[in-house]
Unconditional design. Structure first.
Length: 698
């Protein structure tokens, strides 16, 4: 009699199991497809963001090239030298930026400079006049053109910008980017396609051999999920099925597609079916396991009691904490707030419970990372935040700075979130006070530095004037002799005029002119040493000034039979052959430096049997050095230590004031350079080093 009652029950259990298995399978499949759809949307977002980031990394290049002065000079007056210089500049810029190619076009669409000028000389014969990027740039826009892949090329994107010279359009700066460059930053583990008008532009490794979209996607159907959204399932050429998700980039006209294999969905669906069948079997067996169920119920009750005791202890800890603590549900609503947080925000538990956590944050700062974190509560994209500095909002509308932290806490039946808030108002107040103190201290340091600099300048000028006072006796002696001689020669000239002896009169007048020239030289040195340096400097070629001084001294060098070793052409290496030297100064003072050094060298060679004067030029990336070397008797160590002191001279009285080398050192220091002397018997070298001006500074 029991058998007939068992059969209906068995049939009922079988029907319920089949219905439950069908429902669970459909639900699991829908859930898996939904998860796959969200994953595809995230992949699309990441791919689009990375692609736009790659494009943005190159958008500045056309504008950068269009701002180059060398490019402007090339378009204004193209010469072979300028073409080569700009092509090398484009070649270096292309290597640094990582682009495919850079080139400059004139208004006729002809290439004037090309980054690959070494390998592709025929590029200059190609006309770009009808290209969209060229026409867009001619209209004053930033051009963009996509060239689809073909049998001859892999496809490329072109970016362009107009080049203006004095508000006149002179050409177009263009950047070529192979589409493969945009693929470098993409996730190679994803299956993606970039297409336009059915042509595949960029594809992941699995689809790189395909040229048309129809070669990849063959069969297509649309399924509807439980939430009402649609999902597209396609058949691939390799026989597998995948979910296709596509987004169109309106500004570029590209279609970005992501393909996710359905094998994982099928596996989850099969596992759910097997699990449901097993679950139904277990339910059937529960009839025979009532005792075990009762024991589990008792154990669960004990576990619940332990959990409640644990929550009570946690609540006591939170209530006594010295920082604000707030617990949230998976929707961001407040479940509990401790007394410290109530005090910080000026709220009470009944008033704030159930409110959204964002109500306690200043709306103006509830953006960016913090907004994304709160929006991703109860999702796989949630990421904990630790000690984020933000602004809290009290119930009375006032705000205060705080450190905001949030993390996930898992419970037995649900997932909650713990928020920690620390009021940093005292710290911010101290930071502002410290900043104000630093600013005030920096201002005082600047004032003191300026005062010290002015005092130093005054001391230097006072020292010069004191030196002028010390040399009074020497000046009187130097000028007294020419004045006495002038008086004598003038008296003689009067007698010669009376006797009408014109020949002797001309000789005396020439002697008088020599005496006056000598006095002019003395007074000019005094004036140069006494007055301060000029304030306005300009770029000047030091070697041009040196050439002029050498030409000035050639008659004296030939008269003294001095062997001169000076050749500018031998002093430069091949790499420096086209280097333009510029220092900050003025030609007059540079000539004064070289006049004093070469004059001293000639003086030192007066009584030398085989006199030799050598001028050497040395280059570096930062400075130029000029050495004046003679084989005279040399300078002893004691005199070397006093060479640059005013009115110190090794010459006899009447042949100099001792101001030449002090003036040279003063000029060199004013120009930011240095002067060194190295001397021994038979060898004396004066080395002047001056800093070069970079082209950008000039």
């Amino acid at each position: 009699m029991q058998f007939p009652r068992f059969v209906p029950l068995a049939l009922l259990m079988l029907l319920l199991s089949l219905a439950g298995t069908t429902l669970v399978t459909q639900f699991v499949r829908n859930w898996a497809l939904t998860d796959l759809k969200e994953s595809g949307e995230n992949q699309l977002l990441n791919i689009i963001s990375q692609t736009r980031t790659e494009l943005a990394d190159y958008k500045y290049l056309p504008f950068l090239i269009s701002q180059s002065n060398e490019v402007a000079e090339l378009l204004r007056n193209p010469t072979p030298d300028r073409i080569a210089r700009v092509s090398r500049y484009l070649e270096q810029t292309n290597l640094v930026a990582g682009s495919t190619a850079l080139f400059v076009l004139d208004v006729q669409g002809r290439a004037q400079a090309f980054s690959h000028w070494r390998e592709q000389q025929d590029f200059y014969t190609v006309s770009h006049r009808q290209q969209a990027y060229f026409l867009q740039a001619l209209e004053g826009q930033q051009g963009f053109q996509l060239v689809l892949p073909s049998g001859e090329s892999e496809g490329a994107a072109y970016l362009s910008a107009p080049v203006y010279v004095k508000r006149q359009l002179m050409g177009v700066a263009t950047v070529r980017l192979d589409l493969a460059l945009l693929q470098a930053g993409l996730d190679q583990g994803s299956h993606y396609l970039f297409s336009k008008e059915g042509h595949i532009l960029i594809a992941s490794k699995a689809f790189q051999t395909a040229k048309q979209l129809q070669e990849v996607v063959q069969k297509q159907r649309t399924d509807q999920l439980f939430d009402g959204s649609d999902i597209t399932v396609v058949g691939l050429a390799n026989g597998t099925r995948a979910v296709l998700q596509t987004v169109t980039l309106d500004d570029l006209g590209w279609q970005v597609s992501v393909l996710n294999d359905l094998q994982e969905v099928g596996r989850i669906q099969r596992n759910a079916t097997l699990f449901t069948i097993a679950f139904c079997i277990v339910i059937s067996l529960l009839v025979f396991l009532l005792r075990e169920r009762q024991l589990k119920h008792i154990s669960r009750r004990e576990t619940q009691q332990a959990l409640e005791r644990s929550e009570s202890r946690q609540r006591d800890i939170i209530n006594n904490a010295h920082v604000g603590m707030i617990t949230l549900d998976n929707q961001g609503q407040i479940l509990f707030i401790n007394p410290m947080a109530m005090q910080q925000f000026g709220v009470s538990m009944p008033r704030i419970k159930g409110n959204y956590i964002g109500d306690l944050i200043e709306p103006e700062v509830l953006q960016g990372v913090l907004k994304r974190v709160l929006d991703r509560l109860d999702s796989r994209g949630f990421a904990p935040v630790t000690a984020m500095e933000t602004v809290g909002k009290r119930s009375d509308g006032n705000t205060f700075p705080m450190l905001f932290s949030i993390k996930q806490i898992k419970r037995e039946a649900s997932v909650n979130y713990l928020v920690t808030v620390i009021d940093i108002t005292p710290r911010k107040r101290l930071e502002r006070a410290l900043q104000e103190a630093n600013d005030q201290l920096e201002h005082q340091v600047q004032q003191r530095t300026q005062a010290l600099r002015e005092a130093q300048d005054e001391l230097v000028q006072a020292e010069k004037m004191a030196a002028l006072g010390r040399m009074s006796s020497a000046v009187v002696h130097e000028l007294n002799q020419p004045l006495t001689a002038l008086r004598t020669y003038i008296a003689i000239c009067r007698q010669l005029i009376e006797r009408q002896d014109t020949e002797q009169l001309d000789n005396n007048l020439e002697l008088i002119n020599d005496l006056i020239s000598r006095m002019v030289v003395l007074t000019r040195q005094l004036k140069t040493f006494a007055y301060q340096k000029p304030q306005h400097l300009s770029p000047v070629d030091p070697l041009l000034a040196l050439d002029q001084v050498v030409d000035l001294f050639r008659p004296r060098i030939e008269q003294q039979q001095i062997e001169l070793d000076y050749s500018r052409s031998d002093s430069r290496s091949d790499s420096d052959a086209d280097l333009q030297l510029r220092v900050s100064g003025d030609s007059a003072r540079l000539e004064q430096i070289f006049v004093n050094l070469i004059s001293n060298g000639c003086d030192a060679l007066t009584d030398v049997a085989e006199p030799r004067l050598e001028i050497q030029i040395h280059y570096s990336a930062e400075s130029v050095s000029i050495e004046v070397i003679d084989n005279g008797g040399g300078i002893d160590a004691q005199s070397q230590s006093q060479l640059f002191e005013p009115f110190f001279t090794t010459k006899p009285i009447g042949e100099g004031l001792g101001l030449g080398l002090p003036i040279v050192r003063s000029i060199v220091q004013d120009l930011g350079g240095t002067i060194r002397v190295n001397s021994r018997p038979g060898y004396t070298c004066f080395r002047v080093s001056l800093p070069l001006i970079r082209q950008s500074e000039e």
